[in-house]
Design a protein around this ligand. Structure first.
Ligand code: GP9
Length: 422
């Protein structure tokens, strides 16, 4: 009931909203358009890396050093079985997806207070552009619940045999055909693009392969590199098209990897590529890093950001950049530009990453060295229980995931307006 919501809000006020202070970046992008790109299956291990002696992502590599770009190198995806849809859920709501199933399907009719709805009150229009069947992941219903105004699905695009592969329209024609939609949008707008070509099994036409595949026992990993390169080129072309059509200056452009593309099934090949003897549980968590780029044309103060961060942080970060304060917000992330942030990023399975530690499969690792934390770091709790350095954070992670689940299962955000009026 509503009381449960009050308890959860108390928890959030104490443990998530650690400070009322606004970050220095508050309002930096006030009134600007937001061009958001959910980059399918893009993982951090390819950034500033090579395959067969060639850069995998030359455009994105250069963007990591760009003076208008904040590049987050320790940013983690937090999705569950809902993959891309879970990443969307995280970024719009700053709530966790569910531990089983896809929340887009199971709770698409809930009441939310997502970013599209909040920024609408400030005069923004919101849309999603994604050249796939609109009912995939139950997007029609969930987008409506989240407050999106428009959804350009595959019916909005010219899709032919020549310009499609695998899941549908290739990313280059997708961006190209989308420019006219951006031009028609009422400003300021939030436009979320979801790419498709870099999707398992990472098929490409010969003519789209600019670099050779890797050579290992995993065709998935082998083909991943040329597919990622194709996406990198598509993004570069998109930036040029935005500039040429005058859409660039008044916008901020965000690129985020949505979830991993290479699962643990390919660890043998991955260990060969990363030149490691094996992929340890610690490495597995580190492979859950996805890149985040926040590009603010003309800003000039971009840098590489190394703090531990995750998709749960996107909503508060975006609202802060736009200079929007959310009263009574129910969310579990922090503004990435604030110094007062929660000390950990929780993964959906209960693993977590903090500045000091990584906890997974019951082992507490030192985040810097990747070594299990020595037993002399173990302490005894007030209750006399043996605890390792990760236990305290681990308890918070469990509580937080449970609160998020309770909010979703109980559809508790429907009581929020009531709360506000009190
Ligand atoms: C499908 C696209 C890919 O529309 O979002 O979904 P995924 O399989 O990555 O969740």
């Amino acid at each position: 009931d509503g009381n449960e919501l009050v308890d959860i809000m108390d928890y959030i006020n104490e443990n998530v909203k650690i400070s009322d202070e606004k970050s220095e970046m508050f309002g930096v992008a006030e009134g600007k358009n937001v061009i958001w790109i959910n980059a399918e299956s893009l993982q951090t291990f390819v950034i500033n890396n090579e395959v067969n002696g060639e850069e995998v992502t030359p455009f994105l590599n250069q963007l990591t050093q760009d003076e208008d770009t904040y590049y987050f190198e320790n940013f983690y995806e937090q999705t569950g079985q809902g993959n891309t849809s879970d990443s969307e859920f995280l970024i719009e709501n700053s709530l966790y997806p569910l531990s089983r199933g896809a929340v887009f399907f199971t709770h698409g009719g809930n009441e939310y207070h997502g970013t599209p709805e909040i920024i609408k009150e400030e005069g923004y229009t919101s849309s999603v552009l994604h050249a796939n069947n609109g009912s995939f992941w139950n997007r029609f219903q969930m987008y409506d619940s989240l407050g999106f105004d428009l959804f350009y699905d595959e019916t909005a695009y010219q899709v032919t045999d020549e310009n499609s592969i695998g899941w549908g329209l290739k990313d280059k024609p997708f961006f190209e055909q989308s420019i006219k939609y951006l031009q028609s949008m009422e400003e300021p707008y939030y436009a979320k693009f979801i790419t498709l070509t870099n999707h398992f099994p990472f098929e490409l036409d010969e003519e789209d392969q600019s670099i050779d595949a890797y050579d290992s026992n995993s065709n998935t990993l082998n083909n991943y590199f040329p597919a990622v390169r194709y996406m990198d080129e598509a993004l570069e072309e998109f930036f040029s098209q935005l500039k040429a059509s005058g859409l660039y200056e008044d916008s901020i452009i965000v690129i985020m990897g949505d979830h991993i593309g290479i699962s643990a099934n390919h660890n043998k090949a991955m260990s060969m590529y990363l030149d490691k003897e094996e992929i340890t549980p610690y490495d597995q968590v580190q492979l859950q890093k996805v890149p985040l780029f926040i590009h603010i044309p003309g800003h000039g103060e971009g840098e590489v950001m190394s703090d531990v961060a995750g998709q749960i942080d996107i909503k508060p970060t975006m609202l802060s950049l736009l200079g929007i304060e959310e009263d009574n917000g129910v969310y579990f992330g922090n503004d990435l530009f604030s110094d007062n942030r929660k000390e950990y990023i929780a993964l959906r399975n209960g693993d977590f990453i903090s500045e000091k530690y990584i906890s997974t499969v019951g082992i507490c690792y030192d985040r810097q060295t990747g070594e299990p934390v020595a037993t002399d770091d173990e302490t005894t709790s007030d209750k006399g229980q043996e605890e390792n350095a990760c236990s305290l954070i681990g308890d918070k992670v469990q509580t937080e995931l449970q609160h998020s689940d309770d909010l979703i299962y109980g559809d508790l955000l429907r009581f929020l307006d009531f709360e506000k009026e009190e």
